[in-house]
Design a protein around this ligand. Structure first.
Ligand SMILES: NC(=O)c1ccc[n+]([C@@H]2O[C@H](COP(=O)([O-])OP(=O)(O)OC[C@H]3O[C@@H](n4cnc5c(N)ncnc54)[C@H](O)[C@@H]3O)[C@@H](O)[C@H]2O)c1
Length: 458
């Protein structure tokens, strides 16, 4: 099999191997970055506020500030050290507060980045939309499935943009995989699988805790929000992901990326049945969240795709060294998205059935064997008997490619033009729900039925 190697820049096209007379995709001559397409005039300035200035708050803000015309006005966080750090990094002119409602009340803010713990996502997103702000809310959109429809309704009622921050929806890799799947190059999808395995303490969310953490430097009551009241605990505050009261575990936190990629590529709305097994194998540091979960789902046939299965796994103590990847397996090939590339292998089965080799032929009397072989040879040409291998196609994203930047560009494009967000609240709920239902299924030790169209438990 020969290999066709292509390098994407950010605007895609790409024809790939057209061995089997499949329709050509757009030509890949125009390779520009999405960034270079952003057109901004002075009236298009978008002023943002950051709510939740922790780890991803920094990544998201720095990425947003790379988009022309975006300006940071205010930062809200519950830990004083993070407000101090925000001023240190982005300037003393910043308005800072521990109360997000003060930030939302400001007239000079058009959009907010909601980068707080999962149990605050729905409350802050809804309050922000009701206050007339556009919202970029980190994934998973909600902490529990039954909170989702209220966010969908708030977005609709507000007329503002809400984009959920699972950046695979804007990734060139997944968008290219989408084109190939639609083109039918791997035949009908039989199953897909995605895994995210990790092997370090940081990967298992044992993040560094500052030495000045105390009820004075942290607004503990606000952090707890709708979670059960417990005494101040800096471990819970800085490593909240490990506790079900604030986080969504490995399934909510990481499967959601896998579902976003899967739904982007297939156009699917979600599975109808979710089954998962979760366990706490290794990181027994007081957490109540699982550190390994495997999910298995049945996706129903829709106008977009045939019925298929999806398997997904996260293991936070992976002795094989960790890694992540997604494979879409059709009846005639596979599309693998891994690291900064996608690899497509495909073939066409022979027209002729097989005969001989590991077969029943040898068990028949000689005369019968000869008669069957004579019939076969008369019926099928040499070409009919060949498995036709397509060229292996490899796409690589450009060095330093960042799907988060494309996702942010898509968000601000929607804010500026009113175009629908790529990953709106309904998409966000449909990606979050099966991930969260993996927790429910693990806890209940049984399958859970889901209606992906109505976005409701059955
Ligand atoms: N898209 C991605 O690739 C990606 C990557 C990492 C994290 N995330 C998501 O981002 C979110 C934040 O994760 P993180 O790792 O940055 O956590 P973090 O603990 O580092 O930061 C969260 C911050 O939110 C603040 N906060 C919590 N409740 C608040 C409230 N009511 N008002 C104001 N501030 C509040 C906390 O003070 C904390 O500083 C999570 O939902 C996570 O799933 C997304």
């Amino acid at each position: 099999m020969s290999t066709t190697r292509r390098r994407f820049l950010r605007t895609l096209g790409g024809s790939g191997s057209l061995l089997f007379g499949l329709p050509a995709l757009a030509d890949q001559a125009t390779v520009q970055t999405l960034l270079s397409k952003v057109k901004v005039s002075s009236v298009d300035k978008v002023r943002i506020g950051l709510i939740g200035a922790g780890i991803i708050g920094h990544y998201d803000t720095e990425t947003a500030l790379k988009v022309p015309g975006v300006e940071l006005v205010a930062v809200c966080d519950l830990y004083q050290g993070r407000l101090d750090r925000a001023k240190e990094k982005w300037g003393n002119q910043l308005f800072t507060t521990r109360n997000y409602k003060e930030l939302l009340a400001r007239k000079d803010i058009d959009a907010v980045l909601v980068c707080v713990c999962d149990h605050w996502h729905d409350h802050i997103s809804i309050d922000a939309l009701n206050a007339g702000k556009h919202v970029y809310c980190e994934k998973p959109m909600v902490h529990h499935v039954d909170e989702g429809l209220a966010v969908v309704a708030a977005q609709k009622a507000s007329g503002k943009t809400l984009q959920v921050g699972s950046q695979s929806a804007s990734s060139v890799l997944f968008l290219e995989a989408q084109k190939y799947l639609k083109q039918g190059i791997i035949g009908p999808l039989a199953y897909a699988e995605a895994y995210t395995d990790r092997n370090s303490a940081n990967g298992a969310w044992q993040y560094t805790i500052p030495s000045d953490a105390s009820p004075k430097t942290i607004d503990w009551d606000m952090f707890l929000g709708d979670a059960p009241k417990v005494p101040f605990d800096p471990v819970r505050f800085f490593r909240w992901r490990n506790y079900k009261a604030y986080g969504t575990g490995v399934a909510g936190d990481l499967f959601v990326h896998n579902f976003t990629g899967l739904h982007t590529v297939t156009g699917s709305l979600g599975p109808k049945q979710v089954y998962a097994v979760g366990a706490l194998n290794y990181w027994k540091d007081g957490r109540d969240a699982y550190d390994i979960v495997t999910g298995l789902m049945q996706y129903p046939a829709t106008d977009q795709h045939n019925a298929f299965q999806f398997f997904t796994r996260v293991n936070l103590a992976d002795g094989a060294g960790g890694g992540s990847g997604t494979r879409f397996i059709g009846t005639e090939g596979v599309i693998e998205v891994k690291g900064n590339s996608i690899v497509i292998k495909h073939f066409k089965r022979p027209v002729a059935p097989s005969i001989g080799g590991y077969d029943s032929l040898e068990s028949f009397p000689k005369a019968m064997q000869q008669s069957l072989l004579d019939d076969y040879n008369a019926k099928y040409s040499a070409d009919d008997r060949k498995m036709k291998m397509g060229d292996e196609i490899v796409f690589e994203s450009p060095k330093g490619y960042d799907a988060r930047l494309d996702h942010m560009i898509n968000f601000f494009e929607s804010v500026r033009t009113g175009k629908p967000a790529l990953e709106d609240a309904a998409f966000g709920l449909r990606a979050a729900a099966p991930a969260l239902l993996c927790n429910v299924s693990s806890d209940l030790k049984r399958a859970v039925d889901w209606d992906p169209v109505a976005m409701k438990l059955v």
